[in-house]
Design a protein around this ligand. Structure first.
Ligand code: PLP
Length: 417
């Protein structure tokens, strides 16, 4: 059956769909598949216990049924929005009102709204793109536009550090913003690299965005104040020209599909309209479960005292393991400053990262090939074929078995070369 242009675009192969299919296979496959691919957060017992208590309370008080038996408005559950307003104003003095926040069905959903609102075809035959100033960037952005060629990205500056580490920086000299750019977007911490843009980089991007009269979108899915999976110094950032996106997913509720957008009233109003048409209203379960945690600010304590230390310790263990098993000087790890991933760079790898992905999958290990993470960038840069993303947040035993398979494969490839 012939599909529309829209249909064809959204039925072709996409990296994010492959990734989510792999993730689902892994979940179904149980112990046989080592899932170091997708972005599933870890099951942290202390967080899960608290969430269980909260869900039981909702059930006992009849609030679970209330939430399930009623639609919220297109902006999302008001009680949760009001609690978030208070939380952010208390923590950071941002002077928000309820007109500055809306909820979506996961932040993935918010990016689809935003990219199509700010990029794509404009009147007068004009086409605007969303600029990713620091490639590599999140795989989930890659196909989230109804327009073709909706994104443009800029290669990073690479700083090689001691101890087999490296770090990407924004190459401001290469960043050209003109009338063809509709918005700037960064994930901070960055998925896939674990990079955290410095405060100076964020201020500089903010300044460029304002000068060009376009918004700066900051994807804070792993950031502050929750789930706070950040291991370096970073100051939370928002102003009237910033669109800050958060999520309950990496706090431990990815199945609740709750994204949070903080922006000026005009953007929220536009998003509200999109939400009404595309979803009627965002789901209320996540907001209802998390409401007491936000009201009491317990969400901050759990993030700072449980979630952040949990991931930091996992990241350190995984780095030590990788570096003990792969000793080639051609192997580098991006400095782990946040998020759930390690970004591994195999310089002069004799096969592409996608071939490596297939080789590892045959052995029961799922990682994600790095080439997917360069939306908007020409792939004629060898570096795009030399990296993989690894989720370090799974059980220690799974990470250890996965890293062993990876190390054996890489060591063999390097020795053949
Ligand atoms: N942004 C980043 C950087 C992510 O890594 C993810 C998920 O992995 C998302 C957004 C989307 O998350 P969700 O739609 O679950 O809020």
């Amino acid at each position: 059956m012939p599909y529309s242009i829209f249909g064809n675009k959204f039925t072709q192969h996409s990296g994010i769909t492959e990734l989510m299919d792999d993730l689902n296979e892994g979940v179904k496959g149980g112990d046989e598949i080592l899932m170091l691919g997708g972005g599933n957060p870890a099951a942290i017992p202390e967080v899960q216990e608290r969430l269980n208590e909260l869900m039981q309370q909702l059930l006992d008080e009849g609030k679970l049924l209330d939430t399930l038996a009623n639609y919220d408005g297109p902006q999302g559950k008001n009680t949760f929005i009001n609690a978030l307003v208070e939380l952010f104003n208390d923590l950071y003095g941002w002077d928000l009102s309820a007109q500055n926040i809306m909820l979506t069905n996961g932040s993935q959903n918010a990016f689809f709204y935003l990219f199509n609102l700010l990029g794509g075809n404009f009147s007068g035959d004009k086409n605007k793109k969303v600029l990713f100033p620091l490639a590599p960037e999140y795989i989930g952005y890659a196909d989230a536009s109804v327009s073709e060629e909706a994104f443009v990205a800029v290669r990073p500056k690479i700083t090689e550090l001691d101890n087999g580490l490296f770090k990407y920086h924004v190459d401001f000299d290469a960043l050209k913003i003109d009338d063809d750019i509709g918005a700037i977007c960064v994930s901070r911490p960055t998925n896939p690299t674990g990079n955290v843009l410095t405060d100076e980089e964020v201020k500089h991007l903010d300044q460029l965005a304002r000068e060009n009269n376009i918004p700066l979108i900051i994807d804070n899915a792993y950031g502050m104040p929750f789930p706070n999976i950040i291991f370096s110094e970073a100051t939370p950032f928002w102003n009237n020209n910033t669109i800050l996106c958060l999520s309950l997913s990496k706090f431990g509720l990815p199945g609740s599909r709750c994204g949070i957008v903080i922006a000026n009233e005009t953007i929220i109003k536009a998003m509200n309209n999109l939400s009404g048409i595309m979803a009627l209203s965002p789901g209320g379960i996540g907001p209802e479960i998390a409401l007491p945690l936000v009201k009491s600010k317990e969400i901050i304590e759990l993030s700072n005292n449980v979630i952040r230390p949990f991931y930091l310790s996992k990241a350190e263990k995984a780095i030590a393991l990788l570096q003990s098993k792969i000793t080639s000087p051609k192997f580098k790890i991006h400095k782990a400053e946040g998020a759930l991933f390690l970004w591994l760079w195999f310089k002069d790898l004799p096969i592409s990262s996608n071939e490596l992905y297939k080789k590892l999958k045959e052995q029961g290990l799922l990682i994600v090939s790095g080439h997917y993470f360069f939306p908007g960038l020409d792939q004629d840069w060898q570096h795009t074929q030399e990296c993989i993303r690894l989720n370090y947040a799974q059980d220690d035993d799974v990470v250890e078995r996965g890293v062993t398979i990876l190390a054996d494969t890489i060591n063999e490839l390097y020795s053949e070369n």
